[in-house]
Design a protein around this ligand. Structure first.
Ligand code: ZN
Length: 101
């Protein structure tokens, strides 16, 4: 089994891919893709990432979309703070407003 090594270069490359690769959802899993851009293809190759690269940790708390923001939650939720997509962020904000009336 290969040991995952962290180096400043690898961390920087991963960070750049996470910021600049394209977020998509494949079979219900948030993934990053190169979109065919050669600089990203080379970076994915060096990181030994498949294209698309699965990022299940970035899934919305309520659906399969990318979580793009975080929010506190109403009292009936199991967690006090969740990461969600834009659509569910709005929904939770409305629920919080009702709760505070
Ligand atoms: Zn969502």
């Amino acid at each position: 089994m290969k040991k995952k090594q962290s180096t400043p270069y690898k961390d920087a490359l991963e960070g750049m891919c996470q910021q600049f690769a394209f977020p998509i959802v494949v079979a219900g899993i948030p993934c990053l893709t190169t979109g065919g851009l050669s600089a990203l293809e080379e970076a994915f190759y060096l990181l030994q990432w498949k294209d698309p690269h699965p990022c299940p940790e970035n899934k919305c708390f309520l659906c399969n979309e990318w979580a793009t923001c975080g929010t506190n939650t109403p009292k009936n939720y199991t967690q006090n703070y969740v990461r969600v997509c834009g659509k569910h962020f709005s929904q939770i904000q409305r629920e919080l407003e009702k709760e505070n009336k």
